[in-house]
Structure formats: C-alpha cells, structure tokens
Design a protein. Structure first.
Length: 352
C-alpha cells in the first residue's frame, strides 16, 4: 500500500511538472520565412522584365532579393506598382501586366492570380472583406477611371465605382475610403470620398494640384500632399499640404508652398509629418501653424520614403536601369545608419 501511494504521488508530480514545462515552453511556430521584416517592392524596368520583392529582417541580419520569384519559380509581371495587405494575404499589383497576384504575406506562396475586371490597376485598400483597387483605365482617356471592388473571399471583381481621372493612393478611415486623384498622365486636384457601405462617392474635396501622397494621423485626420503642377506644363502651380477632418469630411487646414516648390512623399510617424522637397527632408508637427523652414536631412533625392518608429526609410532608383538603394536614417539624430542594395526601381516600402 505504501509503495502504491508513492507511485501515485510520483505520477501526479510528473504530470504537474510536464504541464508546467508545456506552459512555460510554449513554442510559437513562425508564420513563414518573411514574417517580421521589411518588404521592398521593386517596379522593375518599364515595358520589359519584371517587378521583384526584397525582404529585410527586422534586425537587418537577413536580406533576400526576388523572394516571389524564388518561392514560386515565376515572375510577378511588369510594373510592380504597389502591394496591398489583408490579414495573412498580400496583393501584388502589376499595372502594365494588368493583374493582381495574391500570395501568403509570410511565405509568399501564390494563392491565385486576378486578371479580370482590371485596367491599369494602381493601389489597394481593404474594408469589410472587400478590396478596393484604383484603376486608371486608358491613361489617355479621362473618362474611364474607376475603383474595382474585389470580393476577397472569391477573388473576383464584383463591381466598379466610376471616378474622376487619375486615381492613385487610397486610405480608409471609419468605413470610408479616401482616394487621391493625382491625374494619371495629366494633372488632377481632388480627393474622392467614397462610402464603403454604398460603394458610391459621397463627396469630392478640392485640394492642391497633383495630390501625390496621403496618410492618416493618430487622430484619424487625413493629410494630403499636393505637389503642384511642374514648370514643364507651362502653368506651374504651388504645392499644398491639406488636412481633412474625417468627422466632417471638410478640409480644416491648408499650407501653401512657394509656386516653384513641389513637395512629395508625405509620411506620418507619431505626431510628426515628414515630406521631401528638393532633395531635403522636412519635419512638421501635426499641430503646427506653419510649414517648417529648416530641413532635417539634406541631399536625399529619394524615389519614395516612409517614416516609422523613429526611422526614415528612403529608396533611391539610382539610374532606373540597375539595382537601387534603400537608406535608413535615425530620426533622433538624422544620421544615416544602414544602406541596402535593392532591385530595379525600388518604390514601395512595407512592414510585415
């Protein structure tokens, strides 16, 4: 009897020990090789070749070029315009090839390819299980632009929303989509406000000429940076920075640049806005009453840039024919901390 009690106690102790170890040593399986890192979308040479995607791990110890091609033994297509995300999926938009390739964002294995219902697709946003994709249509026709509404369960374009010409970047706040109309091959000056409930335009806001970027701050305000018409148009206009109050869908504030100033690449990090003007990076508080007059970083002629968690990520297309560069700057010191070689024409910067 005594031996039986000892055996029972030993079994109970072993069970408790194993359970405790299981709780303490729970292993979280990685979602894939490309989790926890930076993705760079390289457009690729225009009209030939293919776009590529580069992966850089968060600790910068792993870099891998052309991950899509490596995993799937196929090309993305020409040009890789942008990448959209929804849960575990990534949507690779190739505008010249007129297709969207859906992949698992962590493994980059192909799930499906969408070719129907697209005409020069540009950018992607997700609302309520639907993907909204801006489409230029024929760049020489100002009357055929639209937003494709993509059912993300079936990966079929189920409807379209006609819009003004040149729709580009698209963001979402509170079930409402905001589309910047840069103007395609021309120049436009509006932001379309679209209800995701009715899939219809509820308002059109006039901003500066050529709205090239827009972003959402921590208070759900939308900031729109318009570059203005360049001098080669013969009617050069100033750049404008506009703030849209999404509670009222009105423009609360606008800041005018000089007529010869054409800013680009607006990004927000914490309570600060960053943009590039003439190869210089400027920083502005979201509560500022005037544009900054002194640059934070000089001599940075980027192809795109994004500020996140105190780091500025800036791409350089170099000569537009060979591999480009990605530069990382510490925004607390404004010093260059890392440089990476990318694919051809690095444009999109994403965090995975």
């Amino acid at each position: 009897m005594k031996n039986s009690k000892i055996i029972v106690m030993a079994i109970l102790f072993l069970g408790i020990f194993v359970t405790s170890c299981d709780d303490d040593d729970t292993i979280i399986e990685p979602k894939g090789d490309y989790e926890n890192g930076i993705l760079i979308a390289n457009e690729g040479p225009f009209g030939s070749g293919t776009g590529t995607v580069m992966f850089i791990s968060d600790d910068y110890t792993i870099t891998e070029n052309a991950i899509f091609n490596k995993v799937n033994n196929q090309d993305i297509g020409n040009i890789l315009q942008s990448i959209g995300f929804e849960e575990d999926n990534a949507y690779l938009i190739a505008n010249v090839s007129n297709k969207i390739t859906v992949v698992n964002r962590y493994t980059f294995e192909v799930i499906t390819t969408i070719t129907e219902g697209l005409n020069n697709p540009r950018y992607f946003a997700e609302v309520n299980g639907k993907g909204y994709v801006t489409n230029w249509g024929d760049p020489l026709n100002n009357n055929d632009d639209y937003i494709a509404v993509l059912n993300l369960s079936t990966n079929i374009v189920e409807s379209t929303i006609p819009v003004a010409f040149g729709p580009e970047e698209i963001v979402v706040v509170n079930n409402t989509l905001y589309v910047a109309h840069q103007g395609g091959y021309g120049q436009n000056n509006i932001v379309s406000v679209i209800s995701a409930s009715s899939n219809s335009i509820v308002k059109t806001l006039e901003v500066g000429d050529v709205p090239n970027s827009l972003t959402v701050d921590d208070n759900d305000n939308i900031w729109v940076l318009s570059g203005g018409k360049p001098s080669w148009t013969g009617v050069e206009t100033k750049g404008v920075l506009s703030k849209i109050n999404t509670a009222t869908n009105l423009i609360d504030t606008s800041f005018d640049f000089q007529v010869t100033e054409h800013p680009n690449f607006l990004s927000v990090d914490d309570d600060y806005l960053y943009y590039n003007l003439g190869g210089n990076v400027y920083k502005m508080s979201s509560t500022a009453s005037a544009l900054p007059t002194t640059e934070e970083i000089s001599g940075l002629y980027s192809y795109n840039m994004v500020a996140k968690d105190g780091i500025l990520y800036a791409t350089d297309a170099v000569d537009y024919a060979s591999n480009g560069k990605l530069y990382l700057y510490d925004l607390s010191t404004n010093l260059l901390t890392n440089t990476f070689t990318t694919g051809i024409i690095p444009s999109g910067i994403y965090f995975n």
